[in-house]
Design a protein around this ligand. Structure first.
Ligand SMILES: [Zn+2]
Length: 381
């Protein structure tokens, strides 16, 4: 009963990982568990830990295409225990669903990857190298996790050809959607200076709200780009706007605004910044702009990996997945710039970060079969 064996192995490992309380950025022994399994398959295990973060880099193979399986062991806090129907760190199956923090994001993805490689290697030889890049720093600052490992790989001249990130990507049923790119995120804290005074004597003051308003109207109406086949147009959104002393007869001395761009591959962070500064300068504002850039946009090459992923999902789930570029950021943003084709494929994501996070038990088996199918297509001996 090969199918039962396969299902139970992925389920077992997912459960063992959920039971390890790996609140970000704590790994809680998850990587060690995975490393033991990989070492038994002949993988070379390397710990690239940094600043208390656990980073596992494990490789097996010699030359050929380099295929990276990537993911994270850390999870977000579960929230109030009494709102969960069962303990978030004691995996429990109810009505065909496996509950626990990390069930979908993304301990099932990690378990499915490990078991896929176990089956693949048991079946026979492959051509190429398989690597696992697993970190405990994805849900938090994400500065010493995948980003750190990628810097080391760059120094060594290592260039992955393909990478799968096991983040939850499904929309409603397993296989209906995979992620092939992400928008970039650029934000700014802007302070506009004026001169405080009495509302009855505006000639002796300088109202920063009045100065900001026309510039803001222009920023809101700009079409930053038209988007492209894979991305919607870049959007500019104001999230905070504050000014005033609370008194109704005082012109304030300054106005503060926070805004964010979710931008596509038709724009660059530098280009967007320059256009904002041009508008602010043309309106004669005195201001201070503090920018933060949390992610470059990326779109993977339309190559062998997407084709293999579509074919594998067709084989296993009988679906053609939507190629998605929305959602938040993931560690694929660090791997894609190395030149690799990158896709994110995982279980349905509707419960991630929520109370009672869960995954369908039958999807664990299907996900692992998809990974195995893709690997065997691209690393056929
Ligand atoms: Zn995740």
């Amino acid at each position: 009963m090969a199918d039962d064996f396969r299902a139970s192995r992925v389920l077992e490992l997912t459960q063992a990982l959920i039971a390890r309380r790996s609140l970000t950025p704590d790994d809680a022994g998850c990587c060690a568990l995975i490393a033991d399994r990989l070492a038994a398959l002949g993988f070379t295990i390397e710990w690239l830990n940094a600043e208390g973060i656990t980073n596992l880099w494990a490789t097996r193979g010699d030359g050929g295409p380099l295929f990276v399986l990537a993911g994270h062991t850390d999870v977000v806090p579960p929230g109030p225990r009494d709102r969960w129907a069962s303990d978030p760190f004691q995996p429990e199956i109810r009505d065909g669903l496996l509950y626990g923090r990390g069930a979908a994001d993304m301990k099932s993805g990690l378990a499915a990857m490990v078991c896929a490689v176990e089956r693949l290697l048991a079946r026979g030889g492959i051509k190429g190298t398989i690597a696992f890049l697993i970190t405990s720093d994805e849900e938090g600052a994400a500065q010493h996790g995948t980003k750190h490992v990628v810097e080391i790989l760059r120094q060594r001249g290592i260039k992955p050809d393909y990478a799968i990130v096991g983040e939850a990507t499904g929309s409603e049923i397993f296989g209906d959607r995979i992620t092939i790119g992400r928008r970039g995120s650029l934000g700014c804290n802007l302070r506009v200076f004026g001169k405080q005074g009495h509302v009855a004597y505006p000639m002796k003051a300088d109202n920063p709200i009045h100065r900001l308003a026309p510039a803001l109207a222009e920023l809101v109406s700009i079409e930053w780009d038209a988007g492209n086949t894979h991305f919607p147009p870049t959007s500019f959104q104001v999230s905070n706007l504050n000014a005033g002393t609370g008194a109704n007869n005082v012109i304030p001395g300054e106005a503060d605004i926070v805004f964010n761009f979710r931008y596509c591959t038709e724009s660059t962070a530098e280009g967007l910044k320059a256009r904002v500064h041009e508008v602010l300068d043309r309106h004669g504002l005195r201001y201070e702009a503090n920018w933060w850039h949390t992610g470059q946009p990326f779109l993977t090459r339309q190559g062998a990996l997407i084709e293999a992923a579509k074919a594998a999902i067709g084989d296993v789930a009988g679906l053609t997945p939507i190629l998605f570029t929305g959602g938040g950021t993931s560690d694929a943003r660090f791997i894609a710039p190395m030149g690799a084709e990158v896709v994110e494929i995982g279980p349905v994501n509707d419960s991630i970060h929520k109370i009672d996070e869960h995954v369908r038990v039958v999807d664990l088996d299907a996900l692992s079969a998809v990974y195995e199918n893709i690997l065997s297509r691209l690393l056929a001996a």
